[in-house]
Design a protein around this ligand. Structure first.
Ligand SMILES: [Cu+2]
Length: 101
């Protein structure tokens, strides 16, 4: 938390490698919250809004808790996987999910 920077896959957004998935594939994102803060997590696609294109962890992603997020590739586009606390996303807690048909 010091400096106030967050990341996914070992780096802040823009420095981490995008996740990729192709049509018909299933992707499992295994994630561990290595911080002592809770992180509500949501995946959203553009232009499709929530709730149909959202994946949420149970209520909140608790400190030191692991979750598995299963994604079925049935909606091509550029997605963002991010913490739902906007200020955490702004600090880098996001990663692109590139889905190509
Ligand atoms: Cu967060």
């Amino acid at each position: 938390m010091k400096p106030y920077q967050w990341g996914i896959n070992g780096a802040a957004y823009g420095k981490n490698e995008p996740l990729t998935v192709k049509a018909g594939q299933r992707l499992r994102i295994n994630a561990t919250n290595m911080s002592m803060m809770s992180h509500p997590r949501t995946s959203t696609a553009t232009p499709s809004p929530c709730p149909q294109d959202c994946a949420r962890t149970p209520s909140s992603w608790l400190p030191m808790q692991s979750v598995a997020i299963d994604v079925e590739a049935d909606n091509p586009g550029d997605w963002m996987v991010h913490c739902h606390n906007a200020y955490h996303g702004e600090a880098g807690m996001m990663i692109a999910l590139e889905y190509r048909s």
